[in-house]
Design a protein around this ligand. Structure first.
Ligand code: ADP
Ligand code: MG
Length: 681
């Protein structure tokens, strides 16, 4: 008998009334009951004063050292206090409004106290007191969401009975191969440990297993929907192959990393397939997304179509146009820049060439999506730093061709989960390794009084042949003040270095031509120090720069700091990032600390979400997500990603048809295949 078809009142002790009340919690079947998990656990394992943190909930066992004393406040309130020795440490115990316990507390006897720990005062504010040593099966107790009619304890009892009756009928849906691969508990153990853990570690393991299962099912669902979606979205089919790329790779000054190669393969497979590609290329700053894009653009051009790359800023478009021209022109491809700075006659001529197909590759800013831009045969569209563009802009760019394949590139780690949970129909390629030889950027946090020393450090690095950025404080409310800050800092630094170091100045009020001059002077090492506002935040690539100083760093969010830091560490030399800040808030301080602790964008975004809370980020979008029992797409996104890859393999291999291990999953998919009403937008 399938537990999902067995009514909950078949459990001994659950009558009609109780079954009705359980229905209020969404529990109708035995399976519902068994998978109604505690929302937290009470940990009663014994702790020592030395190894618990301030404000932790703790349980300690001690020997009473002082007669209890009682203080009364007003009529009804009182505090009972005594001292006990726990592992050789004298601990103060306070109980509020339990004066009646006084007679039971005897000098020299043993008690177990559970409560909140104050590490500064070595005090427990108690909530539970047991005489002697406690006897428990385990030290962890589940706490369930209770209702007015069902208590947590009641649920605990029913679930215990249900387990006794039906434990041996729990079906294992996961193939043994997968369970072995990730060292996952079996389903029965999982359910048992989630309800009756003997140890907190077992809860963790059980949770890990359950979350994986939930997310794998979720991903399988997504995958099935995606396929249905794909059948509706036919695109063009270009004949591209890896061999065609040989000339491109031959002149590229480096060889691709494994991750880059994999991404190129993913993209080429999409381009040569009949459905329209809709793919996200995600790679941390400096992971080399441009080279991946370039290789694929090259293949598309060889197959007879045009490619377009849209970047969010002029500086970035300019830089891309330059590196693509360097790579492609020797190979006989024509590359053009279409940005706001291209005007008048020049622009007319360029538009003509794009329309006739004389230009193979067009790089640009928003200027690319103006109404009068027509392509001859646009087959492949890329947006760099895609989060900078709105949905509408991306749509317009796509509409410039006939169902062109589309690639979005981003360094923001969050969209990986977003892409999966919100843009359910997007494929994802991840660059999860940096080019060989990169050294992790060292990050320091200093206060303003050390700025002199920072300037000395910059000088030393410049003397060693390197370059540096100094980012001026951000004033978001006022561009004028923002620019003024940059100018002031520039003047100060130019004075300080007195011509020993050439200083450049970059900000948003410069004209496109001026920006270009400033950037190219820095790229050529004519200036060694670039003072800038955040206009250099994304994409800028000057590998010789090794120092990034961020002034008033606490004004920036973690994502922004990470992007800024990513402007260095792009070559073989050791790079350094210095955060100059005196944050006022705890969160501000925490941000600085996190920056010094990790350079991994995924870890950072995770911490960022923890600091800000997922609500901020997901907002109403979260409502589009299925209700998970334990999984949390924000905190479990690594598992989400693993599950996604596994779901891909499961669907694309034919294990579902042939392999007995996968029978359960196969049945499930057949069932959901029938849910035609469900949508994924
Ligand atoms: P991002 O992913 O941040 O856009 P870029 O594409 O700008 O990174 O690449 C960062 C730097 O690394 C560039 O100078 C690029 O030429 C270089 N690069 C890219 N791939 C490799 C590689 N496989 N080996 C060495 N250097 C590489
Ligand atoms: Mg980039």
């Amino acid at each position: 008998m399938n537990l999902s078809q067995l009514r909950v009142d078949t459990v001994k002790g659950i009558g009609e009334e109780s079954a009705k009340a359980l229905g209020g919690l969404g529990i109708y079947t035995v399976q519902d009951l068994l998978e109604f998990f505690p929302f937290r656990y009470e940990d009663y394992s014994l702790k020592s004063p030395g190894d618990v943190a301030h404000e932790d909930r703790v349980t300690m066992i001690g020997t009473i050292q002082s007669e209890p004393s009682i203080r009364y406040f007003g009529k009804k309130k009182n505090r009972l206090s005594f001292r006990m020795v726990v592992d050789g440490v004298l601990v103060q115990v306070n109980f509020f409004n339990r004066a009646f316990l006084k007679t039971k507390i005897q000098l020299g006897s043993t008690v177990t106290v559970t409560g909140k720990w104050d590490a500064h005062r070595l005090t427990i504010t108690g909530s539970e007191l047991k005489f002697g040593e406690i006897e428990r099966q385990g030290n962890v107790e589940p706490v369930y969401h209770a209702t007015s009619t069902i208590s947590s304890k009641q649920l605990q009892r029913w679930i215990k009975v249900a387990l006794e009756m039906y434990e041996n009928q729990i079906v294992e849906p996961l193939p043994a191969t997968i369970r072995e691969r990730y060292k996952l508990l079996n389903k029965t153990e999982t359910i048992r440990h989630l309800h009756n853990p003997l140890h907190p570690e077992l809860v963790k393991q059980a949770r890990r297993r359950y979350v994986y299962e939930e997310l794998l099912y979720f991903q399988l669902r997504m995958r099935v929907f995606k396929q249905q979606h794909r059948e509706l979205q036919t695109g063009r089919q270009l004949i591209v192959s890896r061999d065609q790329l040989d000339p491109f790779f031959a002149q590229l000054p480096f060889t691709l990393t494994g991750a880059q190669n994999q991404a190129v393969d993913d993209i080429l497979a999409d381009i040569s397939s009949p459905y329209r590609m809709n793919r996200l290329l995600q790679g941390d700053v400096g992971s080399g997304k441009t080279a991946v894009a370039a290789a694929c653009m090259y293949a598309v051009v060889k197959a007879g179509a045009q490619s377009a790359l849209m970047a969010p800023t002029e500086i970035l478009a300019e830089q891309h146009a330059k590196s693509l021209a360097d790579w492609f022109e020797p190979l006989g491809l024509s590359v053009a820049l279409l940005a706001g700075s291209v005007k008048g006659k020049k622009r007319t001529v360029l538009l003509e060439k794009i329309a006739t197909g004389e230009i193979d590759i067009v790089v640009g800013t928003h200027a690319l999506i103006q109404e009068d831009v027509f392509f001859h045969n646009l087959g492949f569209v890329i947006t760099d730093e895609q989060h900078r563009f709105g949905v509408e802009q991306r749509r317009v760019l796509r509409s410039k061709g006939e169902s062109p394949d589309v690639l979005f590139m981003t360094a923001t780690p969050i969209p990986r989960t977003l892409a999966i949970s919100v843009f359910g129909d997007m494929d994802v390629s991840v660059l999860n390794e940096l080019p060989a030889g990169r050294k992790p950027i060292e990050t320091y946090w200093v206060t303003h009084d050390l700025f002199e020393r920072v300037l000395g450090f910059i000088e030393k690095e410049v003397m060693a042949g390197h370059q540096a950025y100094v980012i001026s404080p951000l004033i978001e409310e006022s561009e004028k003040l923002d620019v003024q800050n940059a100018i002031d800092l520039y003047t100060m630094l130019a004075n300080h270095y007195q011509g020993n170091i050439q200083v450049g100045l970059m900000h948003g009020r410069l004209s496109a031509a001026e920006k270009e001059d400033v950037m190219s002077a820095f790229a050529k090492n004519d200036t060694q120090l670039l003072v800038s506002t955040t206009v250099v935040e994304v994409g800028v690539n000057v590998p010789n720069a090794t120092v990034m100083v961020i002034y008033d760093a606490d004004r920036f969010g973690l994502a922004q700091l990470h992007q800024l830091r990513g402007r260095v560490g792009r070559g073989d030399a050791q790079s350094t990032c210095i955060l100059v800040a005196k944050p006022k808030s705890e969160v501000g301080k925490e941000r600085m600390r996190i920056m010094t602790e990790t350079t991994d964008g995924f870890v950072l975004s995770e911490r960022d979400l923890e600091l800000r809370g997922p609500g901020d980020f997901f907002g109403s979008k979260q409502s589009g997500l299925p209700d998970f029992k334990l999984a949390d797409v924000v905190h479990d996104y690594r598992t989400l990603e693993t599950a996604r890859q596994d779901a891909d393999v499961i669907i694309s291999s034919n294990v579902l048809e042939h392999d007995e291990e996968y029978a359960h999953l196969a049945r499930y998919l057949k069932e959901i295949g029938a849910y035609e009403g469900e949508k994924i937008d």
